[in-house]
Ligand binder design. Structure first.
Ligand SMILES: CC(C)(COP(=O)(O)OP(=O)(O)OC[C@H]1O[C@@H](n2cnc3c(N)ncnc32)[C@H](O)[C@@H]1OP(=O)(O)O)[C@@H](O)C(=O)NCCC(=O)NCCS
Length: 144
């Protein structure tokens, strides 16, 4: 198991994450400086760091009692339990902060993401949402 420390986004980490995502042609690219500016009381990005290198990202938006999130793990670090560790970390943190629900959006063709959510205990909708075409991964924290 790889040891990961989750730390808040800063400009250096944002630039390094941007480089990693660009190398993968990841679609969700935002200019690092702008990305940093977007951080607010309603949005927090954590970077998963291993041996001083960023290897994963956990992006959270807060909506009333819910945390909407997305998770990304660098390609060379996938399938080593980091995605699952990110979900466990988020679950503990959100419950401690008093949030009652975690919500993720999963592309219907994204089998790794869907399987990760199911393994982490989320309920994944069978049909895509009518608004955005994504499956919803839902976890009720009050039932934990
Ligand atoms: C989805 C993603 C975050 C998974 O991260 P990861 O660190 O590789 O996941 P883990 O190693 O913790 O895997 C946990 C479980 O998820 C499932 N899983 C992960 N990758 C999988 C794959 N390629 N195929 C099938 N199942 C997979 C498995 O059930 C796995 O458990 P197992 O290894 O014991 O079989 C990663 O593939 C990723 O960053 N993808 C690109 C970004 C993305 O799609 N994010 C999701 C949007 S919310």
């Amino acid at each position: 198991m790889i040891s990961i420390e989750w730390i808040p986004l800063n400009l250096k980490l944002a630039e390094e994450m941007h480089g990693l995502k660009r190398a993968e042609d990841f679609l969700d690219l935002i200019d690092p400086a702008l990305y940093l500016q977007l951080q607010s009381a309603l949005r927090k990005t954590l970077v998963g760091v291993n041996a001083e290198s960023p290897v994963a990202e956990l992006d959270c938006e807060f909506h009333e009692g819910s945390v909407w999130f997305s998770v990304w793990v660098a390609p060379n670090y996938r399938r080593k339990g980091i995605g699952l560790e990110a979900m466990q970390y988020l679950r503990r943190w959100a419950k401690q902060e008093g949030y009652t629900r975690l919500v993720g959006a999963v592309e219907p063709i994204n089998t790794p993401s869907r399987r990760l959510m199911e393994k982490a205990g989320f309920t994944v909708s069978a049909k895509p949402d009518e608004d955005d075409g994504m499956l919803r991964a839902d976890l009720d924290l009050t039932a934990q």
